[in-house]
Ligand binder design. Structure first.
Ligand code: WQD
Length: 339
């Protein structure tokens, strides 16, 4: 299938482009590089050994997005494009609602106009909110995010569900990511957050490569295995494979829209991840325990049953794989794509 991958130059999008190519699909990227580097395109072509098509486009521009879909004529769309920093979304809610929702409206309108009926959406486990029982299950209601970023994901899930229900033949998979980390085994692409990393793994990696002095551990007094927060980390290559599995499942899916957790079902603590990274990079990494971060939950992890039973997909890679692959990427690219 020819697949329009919006946000395909980003961390998860770029890894999914590779997985699509390996599966014999024809990915076409649509990205404005707001949160990614054009350099990733040459890296993708280096890994894939073939050209990768990318259209630079502002997906909040309705006419430009319609023209893109009319030009590409995709069989399906995988929609990654969107802002995704929780803290920034609290400071700039209107920017997040406008960008994430307007781009989705434009993509869905273009799909409807041009008869594109397969949609895979990049959602997030943040839609479960603070009250959902563990492990998180897709049937849980009500979805209740705790920040504007998470609310955009919950709102878009509802929008897509309603559009799919009203459009005979339209099928949508809503993929709820847990904590994506790791990098392609080539070390040529990986996570490259701009500015100070909000997330744990890129921060640890930047300490290891000498860009940051030490890791700040956000609290060690949680009721968890070692007092630090536990998360369901999933290798980005496993996550990418989950997108291909979901895409291939749409034709046989009886529901018009359906959510799937993409996680491992295992929780890993901050200290466990830190020590795994020390094994990967072969050195002790400095850290300092500080106060909890506002809004953090003690533990989150997935019930991955539905994806296994319905998509025939499960995460295979270990925490050590995630650390080894991240270190290969970060040590070869200390400044990410910035060179
Ligand atoms: C993980 C753990 C922190 C940084 C975020 C987004 C979520 C999703 C995944 C998009 C927690 C601790 C972190 C640090 C630390 N992204 N930590 N020191 O918060 O689970 O989820 O990424 O969908 O939307 O919110 O991930 O990596 O920020 O934190 O101690 O410098 O590491 O307290 O326990 P989180 P995270």
């Amino acid at each position: 299938m020819r697949v329009l991958v919006t946000g395909g130059a980003g961390f998860i999008g770029s890894h999914t482009v590779l997985a699509l190519l390996e599966a014999g699909h024809e990915p076409v990227i649509g990205d404005n590089f707001a949160n990614s580097s054009p350099k990733v395109l040459e890296r993708l072509e280096q890994i894939a050994g073939q050209p990768v098509t990318c259209h630079e486009v502002d997906l909040t521009d309705v006419a430009a997005t319609d023209a893109l879909v009319a030009d590409v004529k995709p069989d399906a769309v995988i929609h990654f494009a969107g802002y995704k920093a929780v803290g920034e979304s609290v400071e700039k809610p209107l920017m997040y609602y406008t960008n994430n929702l307007d781009s989705t409206f434009a993509v869905l309108a273009a799909m409807t106009e041009h008869g594109v009926e397969k949609f895979v959406f990049s959602s997030s486990a943040t839609v479960y909110g603070p009250d959902a029982p563990l492990p998180y299950h897709e049937e849980y209601e009500p979805l209740r995010a705790t920040n504007p970023y998470g609310w955009t994901k919950a709102m878009i899930e509802q929008i897509v569900t309603d559009v799919a229900a009203a459009s005979p033949g339209f099928k949508a998979a809503l993929l709820r990511y847990f904590n994506p980390i790791g990098a392609h085994e080539s070390g040529l692409i990986g996570e490259d957050p701009s500015g100070t990393p909000n997330n744990l793994m890129p921060y640890i990696a930047q300490v290891a490569v000498g860009r940051r002095e030490k890791l700040g551990v956000f609290g060690d007094d949680y009721d968890t295995k070692d007092g630090t927060g536990e998360r369901d980390y999933i290798h980005v290559v496993d996550l990418a494979a989950g997108h291909v599995a979901a895409l291939d499942h749409l034709d046989t899916m009886s529901e018009s829209a359906r959510a799937f957790n993409l996680g491992t079902g295992q929780g890993t603590s901050v200290f466990e991840l830190l020590h795994a990274f020390e094994r990967a990079c072969g050195k002790e990494l400095p850290y300092e325990v500080g106060p909890r971060r506002a809004g953090d939950l003690p533990v989150t992890y997935a019930d991955p049953t539905r994806a296994r039973e319905e998509l025939g997909w499960k995460a295979e890679k270990t925490i050590d794989d995630m650390c080894v692959d991240t270190w290969r990427w970060q040590s070869a690219n200390p400044n990410g794509f910035g060179g």
